[in-house]
Design a protein around this ligand. Structure first.
Ligand code: CP
Ligand code: NVA
Length: 303
């Protein structure tokens, strides 16, 4: 495993191995033990967009494993691909650090970094995908459901980067996913086809949220307005009416279905405060598992 760019590039066995390492490191760290496998190693973290969870959890994961992380804002370096080509940045950074993680607008920026870097490159969210989030989500689902095989996820809202990575994870790991979006906000047909080629009928779409949640073990939502879509905010708020995860929608779902959200959550829009704070909400376990999954990922790629 050289880079971590998209879940659909990774063999299922590799994903399962990462989940096993995540669980092992999680229990090791919970008893105060440490694995210092990245002692002396440095990770460069390039961010074109804001972040709380990704930035902090990668930084803490590197420190936990004995290494160091350097946070780089686009303004510090004159923009990604602006002051100098991405391919030059990739080769220069490869001479200084042992790994590069990047959160970018265009997915092609991380793939280009990976082509030219001689160190591992990690996708920390692009407009197209968010694989670290999906793997932390899978770890959380396994902990709460006791299994992955046959788990049913209803994703309510936008057919976005988070939905896409989760769809690939479902296809690779034996889960089923129904994505309920307003018309015009579906996940692209190519991604659905790719998921269903990995595992037939693993991912489907509907425009009916009540139908989507009817047999769900997990009800997942994300913002209606992803980073970079701020200009569309007013239109999106109108278009997504009826796609809020609220107590009314949950009447159509099995009792005890778990509520997930990658965060940040915009309460009163895609989810109500009541549901986000409810007993069945596992959103903070998800956020915590970013750290545990990323320790495993960094260990696998960089040690
Ligand atoms: N879920 C997630 O990636 O959060 P941040 O944008 O805060 O990193
Ligand atoms: N879909 C959201 C996820 C944030 C973690 C975005 O891209 O802004």
């Amino acid at each position: 495993m050289k880079h971590f760019l998209s879940i659909n590039d990774c063999p299922a066995e590799q994903l399962k191995e990462l989940l096993r390492i995540s669980a092992k490191l999680k229990s090791l760290y919970s008893i105060g033990d440490r694995d210092l496998c990245l002692s002396g190693k440095v990770l460069a973290m390039l961010f074109e967009k804001p972040s709380l969870r990704t930035r902090m959890s990668f930084h803490v994961a590197m420190t936990d494993l004995g290494g160091e992380a350097i946070y780089v804002k686009p303004e510090d370096i004159g923009g990604l691909g602006k002051r100098e080509p991405v391919k030059d940045m990739a080769r220069v950074l490869s001479r200084y650090v042992d790994g590069i993680m990047a959160r970018t607008f265009e997915h092609s920026t991380v793939t280009e970094l990976a082509v030219f870097a001689t160190v591992p490159v990690i996708n920390a969210l692009t407009d197209w995908s968010h694989p670290c989030q999906a793997m932390a989500d899978v770890l959380t689902i396994e902990e709460h459901c006791g299994r992955l095989q046959g788990v049913k996820i209803a994703f309510i809202g936008d057919g976005n980067n988070v939905a896409r990575s989760l769809a690939f994870a479902c296809a690779k790991l034996g889960m089923k996913m129904v994505i309920a979006t307003p018309a015009g906000y579906e996940l692209d047909a190519e991604s659905i086809q790719a998921a269903n080629q990995i595992s037939a009928d693993s991912v489907s779409q509907t425009n009916n949220p009540n139908q989507a949640v009817a047999v769900a073990d997990i009800i997942y939502t994300d913002t209606w307005v992803s980073m970079g879509q701020e200009d569309e905010k007013q239109k999106r708020i109108k278009d997504f009416a009826g796609f809020q995860v609220n107590s009314e929608l949950l009447k159509s779902a099995p009792a005890g279905a778990k509520i997930m959200h990658c965060l940040p959550a915009y309460r009163g829009y895609e989810i109500t405060d009541e549901v986000a704070e409810s007993h069945d909400s596992i959103i903070f376990d998800q956020a915590e598992n970013r750290l545990h999954f990323q320790r495993a990922l960094l260990k696998k790629l960089m040690s």
